[in-house]
Write a protein that binds this ligand. Sequence first.
Ligand code: 0L1
Ligand code: MG
Length: 269
Amino acid sequence: YDGRRGRRSVTGWTVERAAEELLRAEEARADRGRLTDEWPELDLATAYRVQDEALRRRLARGERLVGVKLGLTSRAKQRRMGIDSPLTAWLTDAMALPAGAAVPQGRLIHPRVEPEIVFVLGERLAGPGVSAARALAAVEHVCAGAEVIDSRFRDFSFALPDVVADNASSAAFVLGATRLPPGGLDLAAEAVTVEVDGAVVHTGTGADVQGHPAEALALAANSLAGRGLAIEPGQVVLTGGLTDAVFAPPGARVTLRFANLGSIELDGG
Ligand code: 0L1
Ligand code: MG
């Protein structure tokens, strides 16, 4: 497949067809096998083109781009998914849940919840060459986040190009109410516990995300720069799950308890 010229692969796959199929799987709540099984030539650059084409279609149907997320930035997530490269993906307003909302089971396939440290930018951040210090200087405030991921691939089984094409399993996210300027906080030491129905199932700290969440923010800016893109003021950046994600079945209650950033409670729905 020649991604730049948009030629059809020998297997009949195109960027447009892959984006359409993944969006259809999401809308129909129908999980599917790996794209890379059917389209073995799918490389990383082409997978990002699929991700961008799906974003273009979301915007065309009225969604608004609100930010960027990183995926697979912690060893806990990398080990679970069997992939050791971080990736970026897009967040739109349709994915934002109000505080206190339940997991939107009715539109999801097999949702899982994970704790995140989230930055909201005050300044434009454009790579390449962005350091963690420069990245942090562009942050307006930091808050806790709960990301609800929902892979369109059966059993969350994917290779790196699959999950890139699938917008890093994005489905929904909720932000904590506590917003702090990043300066006064030791974000590497910021601890979180993940509880399901009152029992602690995971613990982590900000250092689990690339050594420091600001490293993940810099990574996002630098990797987007490779595609001529930047992170804009007001945009939200989810820096990646600090711990492995937990299933959130109907009736369950997930509590993410951060040391300084407050707590987020999510009902399984
Ligand atoms: O489905 C996944 O786990 C891939 C997205 C990773 C999300 C994250 O690491 O925050
Ligand atoms: Mg995440």
